[in-house]
Design a protein. Structure first.
Length: 104
């Protein structure tokens, strides 16, 4: 496995790792949470911060790699889901205007 690196207590996230983070958080973890909510009678929808431009971010610190700092929240996709009585499950990945993905 890959050895984790930390800077000032924060995990460094390189390009390979952010791709894995996106697959795990927006995929496996998000869908597991959606499934659990639905098993309890909720109507959940899984999205990531990237979907619909919900969360925009920039690089927090070059030393940390693809760790993001939130710069903008676009709530409309979330409010649309809530108005239709869905429970939004938002995974903590976001992108910038150049299409880079960040772990937030």
């Amino acid at each position: 496995g890959k050895q984790a690196q930390f800077v000032n207590g924060l995990r460094v996230t390189d390009k390979e790792t952010v791709d894995i983070v996106q697959m795990v958080l927006a995929g496996k973890v998000n869908k597991t949470l959606v499934n659990l909510l639905q098993m309890k009678g909720g109507h959940a929808v899984g999205v990531s911060g990237i979907d619909g431009g919900i969360i925009e971010a920039t690089m927090k610190d070059e030393a940390l790699g693809y760790v993001g700092k939130i710069t903008r929240i676009r709530p409309q996709p979330i409010t649309d889901l809530l108005e239709k009585h869905y429970i939004p499950v938002v995974s903590t990945v976001a992108s910038d205007r150049q299409g880079n993905t960040y772990n937030i």
